[in-house]
Design a protein around this ligand. Structure first.
Ligand code: ZN
Length: 228
């Protein structure tokens, strides 16, 4: 079996999404060397970690965390850049799986019924062809053994003129509005909302508005990375 796979890699070599080294058959998207040097934050069980604090006084969450720190031009920055701008969906799935392995060990983060990727702006989705958060969510779902809910949480872009009318005045810095198509499907569920990179938290905050209105929902947030 491994002979066949090694033989295959002679003709269809795969490369590390960070350092471009040839991958061995047992390596997926990221080589062992880069894997060992991932800047893991390991803060999932700290209830006052940087991502939790970001949302204090803004939205009510069960827990929030992030997997990696993202210094400019570092390994995680290169990997996420590949995921977002070079069509490398496999690296998103791989990082999602690695993240989920840590969450399985976490007391605060492990109880999840459904994973919700933050929807991509429709224009960006059209250009990119895929939502990078869906890739992360797929990798996580496989490890956590839970479903990914796609297309239920929905994003629409409002024009500046509509925003000025005050329809979403509270979100004047986020002109995208989120809503849930079938809230009954999420009622009573422990939801894990997934984003690729959290900076100001405004997108997550906007997503939380319709989700928090659903009966019995417990909402947690997990981001692949936060800027260093
Ligand atoms: Zn590498």
């Amino acid at each position: 079996m491994s002979y066949v796979t090694d033989f295959g890699t002679l003709f269809f070599p795969k490369y590390c999404s960070s350092c471009n080294r040839n991958l061995m058959h047992y390596e997926k998207a990221v080589c062992m060397h880069c894997l060992a040097h991932l800047p893991r934050l390991q803060m999932h069980d700290e209830c006052d970690n940087a991502v939790d604090k970001l949302f204090w006084g803004r939205i009510e969450l069960e827990a929030a965390t992030a997997f990696l720190s993202m210094p400019r031009n570092g390994i995680s920055h290169r990997l996420i850049h590949r995921l977002k701008y070079h069509g490398d969906q496999e690296v998103g799935e791989r990082l999602g799986a690695l993240f989920a392995l840590e969450l399985l060990e976490s007391k605060r983060m492990k109880g999840v019924d459904v994973i919700l990727p933050v929807p991509l702006h429709p224009k960006k989705l059209h250009v990119r062809g895929y939502n990078q958060c869906d890739c992360i969510a797929r990798g996580m779902a496989e490890i956590l053994g839970v479903e990914v809910s796609l297309n239920n949480l929905t994003r629409t872009h409002f024009t500046a003129s509509q925003t000025r009318r005050g329809r979403i005045s509270r979100w004047s810095n986020v002109k995208d509005v989120f809503w849930v198509r079938e809230p009954e499907k999420l009622a009573g569920k422990r939801i894990l909302l997934i984003d690729d990179v959290i900076t100001t938290g405004a997108t997550i905050e906007a997503c939380a508005v319709p989700l928090r209105k659903i009966q019995g929902v417990q909402l947690s947030v997990a981001a692949l990375a936060v800027p260093a």
